[in-house]
Design a protein around this ligand. Structure first.
Ligand code: EPU
Length: 438
């Protein structure tokens, strides 16, 4: 029963915590090591379950991984890369979507790759059509079978010209990890340009790749014959940092987040300030606090970078339940990312979800039966409840709500949060929260 956290809430979170490397970069940089002819070293790696999952997958494919979890250092030696069995990949992948990104590197090294049915948080349909289209365009043959997808490269993959229908993060990473060793030039239009992608490009450049990024979402890659290993320090996790900032706001607290960085969080900081939160950018992190008085409602739309990240939305919505008036939130990245509001309503929040595009421009989910806009009316005191964690970010948001609520909440399925939040229980305790595992 250690999958339950009892949270005795109602106390402002106060103190200092540290965030390390970004989950959504570290896993991709680990995959990139497969492309090198020599070992790689990755620093600032957090102890989260997704890192364990990717380590297992790399080991299955013959990569020797040495880990120093305390120091946050991974040594990745791809000298003996080999094929893995699809059933083993399936067993190791857990709920991760990372196996899809092994395709490009494995096609270059072995000429084939297998992908099991993919997981990931249930926040929408999460198809992989862009990924498969990209691989086909490089000349790979995609064969859907009962136990997963088999992909092979009958000859060396060829550079190509591709325009994404939507600037997908994963599809852009797929293209980068495939194009760097394909023959000739690849040009990607409508690419995602999230900071985690820029850091992946930095890693690939260190390995020997030739990649240029234009100002209009166009990325050009000149394929090379050989890449070496890299040594790199991962950028900080801006989703975790924003989650702690939202927790400070929702609980009326004051949290110094070491490792949080301003350039990657500019859009979040603007919104945080408009809601009424205060922050102070320091050399080693950012301090976030609630200055007292009323919080201000806002109109917010999630978007791809440099817009307001979809992953920041869920924690911030909890803080918006404490703002005085009506806030409107339009989710334009995932069609189904308001499921977590059911539990908040159960705790006393007033949140209504709508199928219409509210508060801004029309998005691709309008008129399509997706509840992708929310109206939050506050302030409403939150009450303790018995909650089941739905997904990673929704789960952390429930935790924030439980910390803000008076009384003892029971939060079940808490291990899902270990996927992306390092030592969160220790950090909560360090911030003065009264929590214990069941
Ligand atoms: N999409 C397609 N077809 C595809 C791929 C994507 O239609 O083949 C759609 C998705 O359904 C979605 C949109 O494109 O509506 C954007 O998805 P994207 O590919 O950008 O997301 P992702 O690469 O699967 C990563 C992060 C997510 C984060 C998004 C957006 C990782 C492992 N995951 O997902 O992080 O929300 O980018 O920034 O990097 C999380 O950390 O909790 C998380 C969900």
């Amino acid at each position: 029963m250690n999958d339950v956290l009892y949270v005795n809430g109602g106390t402002p979170l106060e103190g200092t915590i540290t965030v390390r490397g970004a989950k959504n970069f570290v896993s991709k940089a680990m995959v990139a090591s497969l492309l090198g002819e020599s070992p790689s070293v990755l620093r600032n790696v957090p102890q989260i379950r997704d890192v364990g999952v990717v380590t297992g997958l790399l080991e299955l494919h013959g990569v020797a991984v040495k880990s120093d979890p305390e120091a946050g250092i991974l040594d990745l030696d791809p000298s003996n890369v080999e094929s893995a069995h699809v059933a083993d990949i399936d067993a190791h992948a857990g709920s991760s979507r990372i196996p899809i990104l092994f395709c490009g590197p494995l096609l270059h090294r072995l000429g084939e790759a297998f992908i099991p049915d993919l997981g990931g948080c249930r926040i929408g349909d999460r198809p992989i059509n862009y990924h498969l289209d990209i691989l086909r365009q490089f000349g790979a043959v995609v064969d859907k079978r009962e136990n997963g997808i088999h992909i092979r490269a009958p000859r060396r993959l060829q550079g190509t010209k591709i325009e994404l229908p939507y600037p997908s993060v994963g599809a852009t990473e797929q293209l980068l990890l495939t194009a760097v060793r394909a023959e000739g030039i690849t040009e990607l239009s409508n690419a995602a340009i999230e900071p985690e992608i820029m850091d992946l490009i930095a890693v690939l450049q260190k390995m020997g790749a030739i990649i240029s990024v234009d100002t209009d979402r166009v990325i050009r890659i000149e394929g090379v014959d050989r890449l070496e290993g890299y040594t790199h320090t991962a950028l900080g996790d801006r989703i975790e940092a924003a989650s702690w900032a939202s927790a400070a706001l929702a609980t009326g607290g004051d949290i110094m987040v070491k490792g949080a960085t301003q350039p990657e969080m500019m859009t979040f900081l603007n919104t945080f300030r408009k809601v009424g939160g205060r922050f102070d950018v320091q050399d080693d992190g950012i301090r976030f606090w609630h200055p007292g008085g009323d919080l201000t409602p806002i109109v917010l739309e999630t978007d791809v970078h440099p817009g307001f990240m979809t992953d920041w939305q869920q924690p911030l919505v909890v803080a918006l339940t404490q703002a005085k008036g009506l806030s409107i939130v339009h989710e334009t990245v995932y069609e189904n990312r308001f499921g977590f509001t059911d539990a908040l309503r159960g705790m006393g929040a007033t949140i209504q979800v709508y199928k219409e595009c509210l508060g801004g421009r029309d998005c691709r989910f309008g008129q399509r039966n997706f509840h992708h806009s929310a109206v939050v009316s506050g302030p409403t005191p939150l009450e303790a409840a018995d909650i089941e964690v739905p997904d990673l970010r929704g789960g952390f948001s429930h935790l924030i709500a439980a910390l803000a609520a008076k009384g003892t909440s029971t939060v079940r399925g808490i291990s899902l949060i270990d996927r992306g939040y390092e030592n969160f229980q220790d950090k909560l305790t360090a911030l003065g929260a009264d929590v214990s595992r069941g």
